[in-house]
Design a protein. Structure first.
Length: 105
């Protein structure tokens, strides 16, 4: 189920966020690698959220409207809440980058 995968992706993002916060002050390079992984998880969550809206269903509430998501739907509410956190942490360029992270580990 796409909703469950989306939920897991955001839980992993939160876990990596906590680990990145603890790691970066003592290991800057390690923190950058974790930050890159965090961005990738958000990108995956974005794709899962979009896929959920486009999945075949008879529920017309799931379809995206001109106004965007519907916060009352669990997947949309979760995604919108996390997007506030993500936008405080990452730049738009980081979130749209096709590749994130160092060139070599």
């Amino acid at each position: 189920e796409l909703d469950a995968l989306h939920q897991h992706c955001l839980a992993l993002y939160a876990l990596l966020d906590a680990h990145t916060t603890r790691t970066t002050p003592v290991d800057r390079a390690g923190g950058e690698v974790l930050k890159a992984a965090r961005v990738r998880l958000w990108q995956a969550a974005e794709h899962l959220h979009a896929a959920w809206h486009r999945a075949p269903t008879t529920d017309t509430d799931r379809l995206l409207t001109a106004g965007g998501c519907r916060p009352r739907l669990p997947v949309c509410g979760r995604h919108l809440r996390m997007s506030v956190r993500v936008r405080r942490t990452h730049t738009p360029a980081e979130l749209r980058a096709p590749f994130t992270g160092p060139n070599r580990l």
